[in-house]
Design a protein around this ligand. Structure first.
Ligand SMILES: Nc1ncnc2c1ncn2[C@@H]1O[C@H](COP(=O)(O)OP(=O)(O)OP(=O)(O)O)[C@@H](O)[C@H]1O
Length: 442
């Protein structure tokens, strides 16, 4: 896409999937192309910097400002009604279009669902008119408002939409409304954000398609490894990946140590596994996307353990209503509940102090850090000289077994295969694989 921008120096906008991809693109693209996330386009257009109260997620306390719009629903407690309104609101905000659909509300009972939809619509109408109030809004709120009432402006001649296999439907709608010629680039096997409502837009635009099956990032061995991973997908790619013949990327078994330096990234599936790898670190590091998510998740797990429910603010933890509920899920084999339980029990009362220390060691600028750590999700679209893939990724053979045992797991297991493929295709020079992955795939 950068090369395209150089050959056709018209003014264009490259819409990146997240801020770290936008920052990297800014270094690579010609000046004729503005490189931004969709959120940053909307943020600037709606002058969001002029208002305070930007929050990462809506919680019960934020609904209090909408009390006059919320009433009781037969058969539901007040808490259930409010939780349902919050879920429905979030689903509406990340979907394209004006209507609050039945599918946005997960309730089975039709009359309960209709009542919750009516109240959520009233809440959304007030929330989205945020220029008239100073109530807290989320990033999804102003993006949705931009989609509904604004268009991409400026002397732009075309759009470049990247990572189109995982587009927010709101972003697809914004791009379609711009009426600008659009180049859409993506890889369906890198779709990893379905759980957040992202959709694969690769075939939603009526355009000529050109397959790009050669990667210039890595050598033939990583391409072979990637093809081997994707053979475990229920629909492997039609065009196998080939590598860069001029490049050699070494694949090694990770034995717990790697010489760190700029350009070294450690990738895990979960924040909890990243925490384990960082718990004893003494030197500065950068966590892609910031350290707040990891701190929020583990402090929430710690708060749950100590019955301080008002401090449980992370979504992945708040799905458990109590520590015994998390414990039960861990006993039933939920890997995320297991990892959280293990960390909270292993580090005990030291956990808050370790999280504070990590906060102090964290470099906010990636370029200043001798070590980069990231979840595979946040590393999407990025590349590093050396990559370590840690051991909390599911083995592809296990995922295939899970899918064969239970057909309803098809999409989730495919997403996990894709996630491993994304993680293993980030290195240019050296790729270290956790032992289990190495033994199975190399
Ligand atoms: N034609 C080319 N010749 C040599 N190197 C190239 C060429 N095209 C891209 N590269 C380099 O290959 C690397 C990967 O390119 P790019 O980031 O475009 O990959 P990608 O297909 O978007 O990867 P992914 O979607 O997996 O993140 C970059 O370092 C880029 O500079």
């Amino acid at each position: 896409m950068a090369e395209y921008g150089r050959r056709w120096p018209a003014r264009g906008l490259y819409v990146a999937f997240n801020k770290s991809i936008a920052d990297e693109a800014r270094r690579k693209f010609p000046q004729s192309i503005d490189t931004r996330t969709g959120h940053s386009v909307a943020f600037r257009a709606l002058k969001i910097h002029e208002r305070g109260q930007l929050i990462s997620t809506f919680r019960f306390e934020h609904l209090r400002a909408y009390d006059e719009l919320i009433s009781g629903v037969p058969g539901m407690t007040d808490g259930q009604v409010r939780a349902s309104i919050l879920r429905t609101l979030n689903n509406f905000l990340i979907d394209g279009g004006t209507s609050l659909k039945a599918a946005h509300c997960a309730l089975d009972d039709t009359s309960q669902r209709n009542a919750v939809r009516r109240m959520t619509l009233a809440v959304a109408n007030k929330l989205l008119r945020f220029r008239k109030h100073d109530l807290p809004i989320t990033h999804d709120t102003y993006l949705k408002a931009f989609e509904l009432w604004h268009r991409i402006e400026g002397d732009l001649q075309y759009l470049l939409l990247d990572e189109a296999q995982d587009l927010n439907p709101v972003m697809i709608s914004i791009a379609a409304k711009s009426n600008l010629p659009t180049i859409v680039v993506g890889d369906s096997h890198q779709s990893i954000y379905r759980f957040r409502g992202a959709v694969d837009a690769m075939d939603q635009f009526a355009v000529d398609a050109m397959p790009l099956s050669q990667s210039w990032r890595f050598g033939a061995d990583v391409a072979k490894l990637a093809n081997r991973i994707l053979l475990h997908h229920s629909a492997p790619p039609r065009h196998p990946l080939t590598g860069n013949p001029a490049r050699f990327t070494e694949i090694l078994k990770y034995g717990g140590h790697v010489r760190t330096g700029p350009g070294t990234a450690v990738l895990a599936r979960t924040n909890a596994r990243l925490f384990e790898s960082l718990a004893n670190i003494q030197k500065p590091f950068h966590l892609i996307g910031g350290i707040e998510d990891l701190q929020r998740q583990l402090s929430s797990a710690y708060a749950l353990r100590h019955h301080r429910l008002n401090l449980v603010i992370d979504e992945t933890v708040s799905r458990f209503t109590s520590w015994p509920a998390l414990d039960n899920a861990a006993e039933r084999g939920d890997p995320d509940a297991r990892k959280l339980r293990e960390i909270v029990e292993r580090y005990g009362v030291q956990l808050p102090a370790i999280l504070d220390r990590l906060g102090r060691l964290h470099c906010s600028r990636e370029a200043d850090a001798p070590l980069i750590v990231s979840t595979a999700h946040k590393a999407k679209g990025r590349e590093f000289a050396t990559v370590v893939v840690l051991d909390d990724f599911d083995l592809p053979s296990e995922l295939v077994k899970r899918r064969r045992k239970d057909a309803s797991q098809l999409h989730e297991t495919n997403q996990l295969i894709n996630l491993l493929y994304v993680a293993c295709t980030r290195a240019t020079d050296r790729l270290y694989l956790a032992e289990g992955l190495f033994n199975e795939l190399c």
